[in-house]
Design a protein around this ligand. Sequence first.
Ligand code: GLU
Length: 485
Amino acid sequence: MSKVRCRFAPSPTGRMHVGNLRSALYEFLIAKHDNGDFIFRIEDTDRERYVEGAVEIIHNTLKATGLEYDEGPDKDKGYGPYVQSERVNAGIYMQYAKELIDKGEAYYCFCDKERLASLKSEVVEGKEITVYDKHCLGLSKEEVEAKLASGIPYVVRQNNPTEGTTTFHDELYGDISVDNSELDDMILIKSDGYPTYNFANVVDDHLMEITHVVRGNEYLSSTPKYNRLYEAFGWEIPVYVHLPLITDEDHKKLSKRSGHSSFEDIIEQGFLPEAVVNYIALLGWSPEDNREIFSLQELIESFDYRRINKSPSVFDMGKLKWMNGEYIKAMDEDKFYEMALPYMKQVLTKDFDFKKIAKMVQTRIEVFPDIMPLITFFEELPEYDIAMYTHKKMKTTAESSLEVLKDVLPMLEAQEDYSNDALYQLLLSYVAEKDVKNGYVMWPIRTAASGMQMTPAGATEIMEILGKEETIKRIKKGIELLQNA
Ligand code: GLU
């Protein structure tokens, strides 16, 4: 068997759509699972859809997700160039179009806009379809040459049969047959001399010896035409894997508005690339054992494209958040600190021990922005309701809390060492003296120090971050609120 060679062939039209990233990932996994090659090719022949900077976005995405390619624009292993516009300049597509013309499988078409607009159209499944009427196929060789010589603009069209059927095989959808009468004589070379996506894609997949083609199922309806091209050339047809649509929770196509249509949108919301890759791998594919957390290396080992699911995949933001939280928990502490710092600095301007705060929140968040509401109380004591001092389980009331706060205030004023351990020992001595449960003392202190029902850490850890002066201020504030109640 020949070596597995898969390609990711994006068109640089903007951000990296989740669907495209999934195709790239599956191509990568199929290749790497079999020690094959992953090839990166840029399909930029549609100059109208070309977006400046999009190539860079694609590069950055592949880098961030760890989908390292074996061959690509900057890694030519003899199949280059890997950018289609450069291949146009090398004359590759025109050469193959001419081969088809010579074989009678393609022809020059000189029809102008007006004539094309006058062609009859038919509505098929809600879409208006115009099938070219093969007018120019009837031109004699001399007529064609005369028109070419006089510089009349032309396109090159595929010459498809009008009778019979064409059948192709897709790994997910099985055998699909279409009536040839539905196959338009699609354009292979446009009037600007550029190939269409449809033509360049087939020529390049062949020349680059691609064995598996993974892409969105919006290409399924064009695939019979691709097959006819392969057959016309006498080339081997690759394995096709057309992936089902990804929808949002409302079963609608992922749109920009949903906020998670592209990889970049998702990353900007505080997700980790590794978690996004893991999640996207499971959008339509599942391993035999329903396991969910996979590193890229583990995905390579487990991935089997025969287990891809045909039904539409729903992008479940809640699930991705959960998964991201698992990745954050497992992160190296220093790396987490580094990534969390900008978020902490958005809400904390004072000179805090950010490393300690990072440690407090690492296990409590799903995405990075979750950090902010958890820690803003360090910056400034929020206004809070003294009902918070009453806690059934801790057996605390407003009165008991007032007593505790008044008792510990002088102790905290006398205390010099504000490390967590020292503060904890100090308060334990008070707990022992009063012969109460820890919570009876810690609850009111934590409430006074934070003004929050829930905090990412206990009373003494919070006091350590706040420092002596701020702690005393907050305890006094608590006493004042309770006394005035
Ligand atoms: N350039 C096409 C796209 O970005 C590639 C589709 C394919 O993989 O064949 O949609």
